[in-house]
Design a protein around this ligand. Structure first.
Ligand SMILES: [Fe+2]
Length: 367
């Protein structure tokens, strides 16, 4: 990829073809002190107040700088590298991290020792990359203070508060409003599919865990949906097509959100899995379509619950797990309350927290 000149035309060559860059696109990016605030990188002018028929009067390339004189009298020097960077329509950093699909054979559950300044050191960058690769990471020896989870979350980014509050306690309580607050086994599920938007990342911090059972389970929705696509294409198609309603009712709120069980992005790549079969309501569709949908839901449920895909491990006091709620399903095995207590605290953050931190660390350490 490179920038070329043809008289007063500025061209972008992507290796196979060369196309003119709109002069206004370049004019919007003038970075002289007069037009751009260096610190915030925000414009000091409003581009919508300019005429759109801006033209390039003259241009030259010197090493890695493109110098342009526009016909409105403005002159600017732009770094060629920066222009090329912008030609990638994807988020370069996040999209460049290759997601590793995994199943029950996953060898390394990634665990990292917590240190006080962890959020500002180089290692945090590597941890976040691992998080995007596998969909989860575990920090060890995080102080088991009450509500430390909120402090932790706010140092990565910002807690995503919900109607449950800033954080939630996972322990058995009388008259629970959710099965999470019992000692029953929880089948793999994604959290809060009824919210709009669904919280992106769940943090779960183990404060005490004296019981034998109560193992945490994780399943990679990315791996399962890819396998479903390979082996049962019709099921995959119907689950990426049919929108169902997810619903949650509490005494002062009714939450609803419609979505496919497998949500794809504009490139037909996995964007989000949703699975919580106690809360989903499919609309009345043609009988054949519903028939296919129900068989597909059973099949994906069988796969999510299969030992082939699930990993199980015990969270011990001080462990703090960060998991991608758009990609992984989580659950737990049953436990016996007579053996002792099991107490975890959880909260949510959104992708802007992890992405923002990752870009900040990249800039800070010039990676
Ligand atoms: Fe959950």
């Amino acid at each position: 990829m490179k920038i070329e000149l043809n008289e007063n035309k500025i061209l972008f060559n992507n290796g196979t073809s060369s196309k003119e860059i709109h002069p206004f696109w370049l004019r919007e990016r003038v970075n002289n002190e007069e037009y751009l605030d260096k610190k915030t990188q925000q414009r000091k002018f409003d581009p919508t107040s300019l005429e759109t028929n801006i033209e390039v009067k003259s241009a030259k390339i010197t090493k890695d700088i493109l110098e342009i004189n526009f016909n409105d009298g403005v002159n600017s020097k732009l770094k060629i590298e920066k222009i090329i960077e912008e030609f990638s329509k994807n988020d370069f950093l996040i999209q460049s991290i290759k997601r590793e699909k995994w199943d029950s054979k996953l060898k390394n559950v990634h665990k990292f020792e917590y240190v006080d300044d962890i959020f500002e050191i180089r290692e945090m960058y590597d941890l976040l990359i691992k998080f995007y690769k596998y969909g989860f990471i575990i920090f060890k020896n995080v102080p088991t203070e009450e509500n430390f989870i909120v402090k932790f979350a706010n140092q990565i980014g910002s807690v995503r508060r919900t109607n449950f509050g800033e954080y939630f306690n996972v322990k058995s309580v009388p008259n629970p409003n959710d099965l999470a607050y019992t000692s029953l086994a929880l089948a793999p599920h994604t959290d809060n599919p009824y919210r709009n938007p669904v919280p992106c990342i769940q943090l779960l911090h183990c404060i005490t865990n004296d019981v034998d059972g109560g193992l945490s389970t994780l399943v990679d929705g990315y791996k399962v949906t890819e396998d479903l696509k390979k082996k049962f294409k019709k099921y995959y198609d119907v689950l990426t097509r049919v929108k169902v309603k997810f619903k949650f009712i509490d005494k002062d709120v009714v939450l609803e959100n419609w979505s496919e069980l497998i949500r794809l992005d504009e490139n037909n790549e996995l964007k989000q899995v949703k699975f919580s079969p106690r809360l989903d309501f499919v609309p009345i569709l043609e009988k054949e379509e519903l028939d296919l949908y129900y068989r597909a839901r059973n099949k994906i449920s069988e796969m999510y619950n299969s030992d082939n895909y699930k990993i199980e491990f015990k969270l011990v006091p001080g462990d703090l797990m960060m998991m991608d709620n758009y990609r992984l399903l989580h659950g737990r095995t049953a436990f016996d309350l007579n053996e002792g207590s099991r107490y975890l605290q959880g909260c949510y953050i959104d992708y802007d927290s992890t992405e923002g931190k990752l870009r900040h660390l990249k800039r800070k350490f010039d990676i």
